[in-house]
Design a protein around this ligand. Structure first.
Ligand SMILES: Cc1cc2nc3c(=O)[nH]c(=O)nc-3n(C[C@H](O)[C@H](O)[C@H](O)COP(=O)(O)O)c2cc1C
Length: 187
């Protein structure tokens, strides 16, 4: 049996909290050891969009880290992990990552991923995008991160929003090397 994958999952305060919740469910179902960090703003969006608290997600995570806790293991490069997913990723968090401005644990953990050359996937959500957003995406890409906007894939003919969410989350997991049954490939 392969070792369980250790993944850091961040939820930031962009619209799309259901993407973060679903990603967590899929990572948990895949047997991953998930280290979850939910930003302050994400807590508000989680309440507005999913009627959930960050604490309610705890049963699906190995650990839930306080975004103010810079002493958490995921704040250090010596804590080994297979990668980090931020879903959804706000333009503020994107900016912090692009410029190495790690003023909360979510940003610090992403910064660590880039410096350690580990996989970092950002489900960056805003519309429309300004030049600043695009330049920050360019910078993160140059640094080795992957920008995965939550774009609908019509070729799978999703019958519901839930199916569209599954496809986006399945793609994000695939980029982290985690298999999920919900991801549908073009045959
Ligand atoms: C309901 C709601 C929806 C939001 N949607 C977005 C969004 O789609 N993209 C974005 O960049 N910011 C969005 N914001 C603003 C962010 O929450 C705000 O910039 C915050 O500072 C992000 O902080 P964080 O990245 O530390 O979570 C939204 C805020 C709220 C309350």
């Amino acid at each position: 049996m392969p070792e369980p994958r250790r993944i850091v999952l961040g939820l930031s305060g962009a619209s799309g909290a259901p993407l973060g919740v679903r990603a967590l469910e899929l990572l948990h179902a895949a047997g991953c050891e998930v280290h979850l960090v939910v930003s302050e703003a994400a807590r508000a969006v989680l309440a507005a969009e999913c009627q959930r608290t960050a604490e309610s997600l705890a049963p699906l995570a190995h650990r839930v880290h306080d975004p103010r806790d810079f002493c958490a293991p995921i704040a250090s490069g010596s804590f080994r992990c297979d990668g980090m997913l931020i879903a959804p990723c706000s333009m503020k968090s994107l900016a912090g990552i692009a410029h190495g401005y790690a003023d909360n644990l979510l940003l610090r953990a992403a910064d660590v991923c880039l410096k350690e050359r580990r996989r970092l996937v950002l489900v960056a959500r805003e519309a429309p995008l300004s030049l600043i957003h695009l330049e920050n995406m360019r910078l993160v890409t140059l640094a080795g991160g992957i920008i995965l906007p939550p774009v609908l894939g019509f070729y799978t003919r999703p019958a519901s929003l839930a199916e569209a969410v599954d496809q986006i989350c399945g793609k994000a997991l695939e980029l982290l090397g985690v298999e999920s049954e919900v991801y549908r490939r073009w045959e």
